[in-house]
Design a protein around this ligand. Structure first.
Ligand code: COA
Length: 148
């Protein structure tokens, strides 16, 4: 059986999602209430399972009347990195955005996050802007965009 399964997030996935969120984002992590809101918000929220373990997730934000969809979060548990899971989550997000007739995907990423920047660039995202002191620890970010 394929070890990787992508599906929509459900409230029963929250505990596992929060563990990954905290391991990945520290002071910038969403709290439980924010994550619960996101699961119930109707925005696209995918989880990826690897050998039946919830190993990562991605969240997209849709704005009314906008053809730009925002990749709001993407994270893979440290024990499950390097297996192509982020790549799968991102591909799923791109395909859904195309199906939804979106024109562009936008995201923000820390300028020092080489792994994520490489992942996005390999899918065709381009850096369009530097965002000074964008994060809580005042680190700079990049805005990246993919035209669909
Ligand atoms: C960035 C992150 C999502 C990558 O997850 P992953 O499942 O390990 O990534 P994949 O195995 O799918 O790798 C896909 C591509 O990303 C790039 N990449 C992933 N990890 C990398 C690393 N440590 N160094 C350099 N490039 C890396 C590579 O281009 C890779 O393709 P390749 O293996 O064919 O070279 C993961 O490291 C993570 O969750 N980090 C913390 C959270 C985060 O930074 N999220 C993004 C916020 S904008």
């Amino acid at each position: 059986m394929d070890p990787e399964i992508i599906t929509h997030a459900h409230p029963e996935h929250l505990a596992a999602i929060m563990q990954i969120e905290q391991a990945c984002f520290g002071i910038d992590a969403f709290n439980f209430k924010q994550m619960r809101y996101l699961i119930h918000s109707g925005n696209p929220f995918f989880v990826v399972f690897y050998d039946s373990i919830l190993a990562g997730y991605s969240i997209l934000l849709v704005r009314k009347k906008s053809k730009v969809i925002r990749l709001y979060a993407l994270a893979v548990h440290p024990d499950y990195r390097g297996k192509g899971l982020a790549n799968k989550l991102l591909q799923t997000a791109i395909e859904l955005s195309q199906k939804m007739n979106m024109k562009q995907i936008s995201l923000e990423v820390r300028t020092d996050n080489e792994a994520a920047i490489k992942l996005y660039e390999r899918k065709g995202f381009q850096i369009t802007e530097r965002l000074p002191q964008y994060y809580k620890d005042l680190a700079d970010g990049f805005k990246m965009k993919l035209m669909l």
